[in-house]
Write a protein that binds this ligand. Structure first.
Ligand code: BT5
Length: 325
C-alpha cells in the first residue's frame, strides 16, 4: 500500500467515530483533495466501506479483517515496540523474516506480521499451523543489553505479557505451561518461540515469535491438533479484532520489558509464577535428548530454568523440555 494511502487509512481509523473533511486530510498529508478522493476510491475497491458526505467529509464504516500497518498503528499506545511494522500477506515464517531483518540491523521494536505462514515453525524444527487470516503470526525484534544466558527469561516475560494482554483484550483468563505454551482450559492456543543472535556472550538481538489462534474454527485445525489446540473464537464464541490484541500484546511486552531492564527479572518471575499451571504439581519433563524426568515442579530459578525435584529429593535444572502434566 502506498505511503499516502496508508496515512489516509490511519487517519480514518483514528477518527472512526467522526467525519473527517477532505481538506483536513489533504492539509495533514500534504496532497491535493483530488488525490485524497482517488485514494479513498482505491480503498473502497480494496473492501473498505467509507461514507462520504458533502461538506462533512469521510468516515470509515467498515474495514476488511486484514492486518494492515494503518490498522495496527491507529490505537497503538507503545513508545517503541511496533515503531516499524512489516505486514505481509504471506511469508514462509515471520520468524525467519525477522531474523534476516535483525541481521541487517533492523531497529528494536520492529514487528513482522503475516496473514499466513507457509512454514511456520515451533521449537526443534516442529511445525506451527498458521492458516490465512485466522490468527496472529508475528515476530518482534528487541535488542536488550544483556548476556546470552539471560535470553530465555524473555520467553517467560513474553508469556506473562501475552496472558495479561489476552485478558485485557478478550476478558479470558489463560494459563502458562512452562516454558512457552499458553493454554485455555488445558488446550494450547498460543506458542512462543524465542531465538537469539549473539556475539560471544553478548545478545545482539532477540527475536520473539508469537503465534495465537484467534479466529480459528475447529475444522481449520489438522486432525492431530483438534484435541489439543483451541482458539479464542472457539472458547468465547465470538470473533475478535486481531489488531486490538496485537496492540495490547505490544503494550504489555513494552511495559514488562521496561520493568525488566529497570528492576531485573524478579517481578517478571513472580508474575509468571502467578499464571503458571505446572508449578507445585508432579510432572514429566521430556528433555530434548529424549530423557524423561518425573518429579515435582518446584519453581523456576532466577534465569527462568525449571527446577524439578525427583522422588529422591534431587533437584534437576530443566533448560529445555516438553512438559506433561
Ligand atoms: C511453539 O513451539 O509453540 C512455538 C510456536 C511459535 C509460532 C510463531 S508464529 C510467528 C513466528 N513465526 C514462526 O515461524 N514461528 C513463530 P513448540 O513448543 O515446539 O510447539 C509446537 C507444537 O505445537 C507442534 O508440534 C504441534 O503439536 C502444536 N501446534 C502446532 N501448531 C499449532 C497451533 N496453531 N495451535 C496449537 N498448537 C499447535
Amino acid at each position: 500500500m502506498s505511503k499516502t494511502k496508508n496515512h489516509i487509512l490511519k487517519l480514518l481509523f483514528e477518527n472512526r467515530n467522526d467525519y473527517l473533511s477532505g481538506q483536513k486530510i489533504s492539509d495533514e498529508i500534504g496532497c491535493s483533495r483530488t488525490a485524497v478522493w482517488k485514494h479513498i476510491k482505491e480503498l473502497e475497491n480494496e473492501g473498505y466501506s467509507i461514507a462520504s458526505v458533502h461538506k462533512r467529509g469521510y468516515k470509515l464504516i467498515d474495514a476488511p479483517d486484514q492486518l494492515s500497518e494503518a490498522r495496527i498503528r491507529a490505537g497503538l499506545e507503545t513508545e517503541r515496540l511496533g515503531h516499524r511494522l512489516v505486514c505481509k500477506d504471506e511469508l514462509p515464517s515471520t520468524q525467519k523474516e525477522a531474523q534476516h531483518l535483525a541481521e541487517d540491523g533492523a531497529e528494536e521494536g520492529t514487528v513482522v506480521l503475516a496473514e499466513e505462514q507457509t512454514s511456520g515453525r515451533g521449537r526443534l524444527g516442529r511445525q506451527w499451523h498458521s492458516p490465512k487470516g485466522a490468527g496472529i503470526w508475528m515476530s518482534l525484534i528487541i535488542r536488550p543489553d544483556i548476556q546470552i544466558n539471560k535470553a530465555p527469561q524473555f520467553t517467560l516475560l513474553t508469556a506473562a505479557a501475552v496472558v495479561k494482554a489476552v485478558k485485557r483484550a478478550t476478558g479470558l483468563d489463560c494459563e502458562i505451561k512452562w516454558p512457552n505454551d499458553i493454554l485455555y482450559k488445558g488446550k494450547k492456543f498460543v506458542g512462543i518461540l524465542t531465538e537469539c543472535q549473539a556475539e560471544a556472550a553478548d545478545v545482539k538481538a532477540i527475536i520473539i515469535g508469537i503465534g495465537i489462534n484467534v479466529n480459528t474454527d475447529i475444522e481449520d485445525f489438522p486432525d492431530e491438533l483438534k484435541d489439543i489446540a483451541t482458539s479464542l473464537r472457539i472458547e468465547a464464541g465470538k470473533t475478535f479484532d486481531r489488531a486490538e490484541i496485537i496492540q495490547a500484546i505490544l503494550k504489555e511486552i513494552e511495559s514488562l520489558y521496561k520493568m525488566y531492564m529497570d528492576e531485573g527479572f524478579h517481578f517478571i518471575k513472580l508474575l509468571w509464577e502467578s499464571y503458571a499451571i505446572s508449578l507445585g504439581k508432579k510432572i514429566y519433563a521430556r528433555k530434548t535428548n529424549g530423557d524423561v524426568i518425573y518429579g515435582l515442579a518446584q519453581g523456576i530459578d532466577d534465569e527462568g530454568v525449571l527446577l524439578l525435584r525427583d522422588d529422591d529429593g534431587h533437584i534437576h535444572k530443566i533448560y529445555s523440555a516438553d512438559i506433561e502434566l
